[in-house]
Design a protein around this ligand. Sequence first.
Ligand SMILES: [Zn+2]
Length: 183
Amino acid sequence: MDHFSQFLAALARANGLGDKITWHFYPGMLLDSYGKWWDDFGKRPCAHEGVDICFFKEGKKKITPLAKNANIPAMDKGLILNRCKDFLGESLVIAHERIHSGSPKVVFVYSHLEIEKDLVPGCWVEKEQIIARTFDTSKKQSKLLSHLHISCVELMDEIPLDALDWNLFPDREKVNLINPVFI
Ligand SMILES: [Zn+2]
């Protein structure tokens, strides 16, 4: 669980939020939820493939969403394997081998972003390097607030790097989705 909590602390630092905040998660933001946490709070078309990070609270102040274009740091040193479109913005697929050294087939997907232009497959990123900003969802008239989606994906077979995308990640016959909260 250390990696995820350290990542949340890094995300707060990257956005000048200090170390006193707590992050808030509604059930629909968690792995495998069928619930929406936006708009009509209805049902998702398929089980959620990861964790959405958006809301935080400082002391007794009210729960606040991340700003549009919030800075997104890398969880750890890692190699960019792919960069692909998602239904809001773009996703970055990264292998963080120090986090999953025992299982090289685990990849991390950071989604709904506007990614730095020079970050292309084959590039290395450093721990806490700012890799992207959250996608400004108002550009697509989406009722979703700008947020970071993180998936942790265990690949069952050899898959070409350019096929690491959103056609693959929801396919539970080809991938095993690990709960990022417990990494
Ligand atoms: Zn999500």
